[in-house]
Design a protein around this ligand. Structure first.
Ligand SMILES: [Zn+2]
Length: 336
């Protein structure tokens, strides 16, 4: 478990919560939001540990820290999605409300974290709302979510929202380096594809299929390699059902990240990120079209269209985009 002061990046949230702890004027509800894999839950847990710690640092040595790390602190509760379920239920929230209204057991306050808060059912959210409307004086509630739109407006308005932006590639690489054994090249590649999310980078690193996923994504942008078949795209693993869907989804996401990176390079041109060779000659408006096309394909995969038909239709549309990129290059080259 991370110690608050050792958290890498997220300078704004760190300053915000340090300030709150220093003044001891702690609001009753917070919402931590930002893309998945950015470390919001770890951050919330580190803050809570610090809040209950005897010397206010999250020392790891005092009785409160020891009980917290063992998962047995009587005044701290974490609500998660129950294994095998897709939503956080009203029963979970009812239990939480009851727990909150009881007096603190060993500290002077009680604190709960609701992870993946957007997965609460509407009934669960209404139950939470009652808690937020009449918060017990000793209670602090922290909602962690990658999709704040999934929460009722009436909940938003009662929470202080804190945004967790993307980490820099250097920070992502530093976190990955601290957690897994991998070559420097592999770590850098994962960090550059992870969209500022250490969680995503950790998924990419050490995975022997990740190099293949990257290669498959790059092949989408080249006329010579584009006409590969669907089976070729998903080969190297089982090619049916959920595996194929997940694999195509990852290839498309990596392809989208490559296009984003090239758009950034083209627009900023400050040499901070390397260009993507296959995409470097493309004009920015064609890159934009490619991005939209890939987004549509990801949407289709997620809404259960068969991966095979998504890939086949993507190939046809990608052909047209590459043609457009080439014509634009020629007209620039010919001075017309
Ligand atoms: Zn402590």
């Amino acid at each position: 478990m991370a110690v608050f002061d050792d958290i890498i990046g997220h300078e704004n949230p760190k300053a915000f919560f340090s300030g709150i702890q220093a003044t001891q004027r702690i609001a009753s509800g917070f919402q931590l939001h930002g893309d998945s894999g950015r470390g919001k839950l770890l951050f919330a847990q580190a803050f809570v540990q610090r809040l209950f710690c005897a010397d206010g640092t999250g020392c790891g040595q005092c009785p409160a820290c020891i009980r917290y790390r063992a998962g047995s602190h009587g005044d701290i509760e974490i609500v998660h999605l129950v294994d095998g379920k897709t939503r956080i239920s009203i029963e979970q929230l009812r239990n939480l409300r009851e727990w909150f209204h009881r007096a603190p057991y060993e500290a002077d306050r009680r604190c709960a974290i609701i992870n993946d808060a957007h997965l609460m059912t509407e009934e669960a959210q209404n139950s939470l709302l009652k808690l937020l409307e009449e918060p017990p004086a000793h209670g602090i509630l922290i909602l962690v979510t990658e999709n704040p739109q999934g929460l009722l407006d009436t909940i938003h308005s009662r929470l202080q929202a804190v945004y967790f932006g993307p980490l820099t590639e250097a920070d992502v690489a530093k976190i990955v380096r601290g957690q897994v054994e991998a070559s420097e090249e592999e770590i850098r590649r994962a960090a550059s594809l992870a969209n500022g999310s250490p969680g995503q980078a950790l998924n990419l690193v050490g995975d022997e299929t990740s190099a293949m996923i990257q290669e498959a994504a790059e092949r989408l942008f080249d006329l010579k390699t584009l006409p590969f078949g669907y089976s070729e795209m998903v080969s190297g693993g089982r090619t049916t059902g959920a595996d194929a869907r997940a694999k195509v989804n990852r290839i498309l996401e990596v392809a989208m990240n490559l296009v984003s990176q090239q758009i950034e390079v083209t627009v900023n041109d400050d040499g901070r990120k390397p260009p993507i060779p296959a995409l470097a000659p493309w004009p920015v408006e064609v890159l934009g079209e490619a991005q939209e096309l890939l987004m549509d394909a990801v949407g289709a995969i997620r809404s259960n269209t068969s991966p095979r038909s998504v890939v086949e239709s993507l190939k046809i549309r990608m052909h047209r985009i590459i043609g457009r990129a080439r014509r634009a290059q020629k007209s620039v080259g010919g001075g017309r």
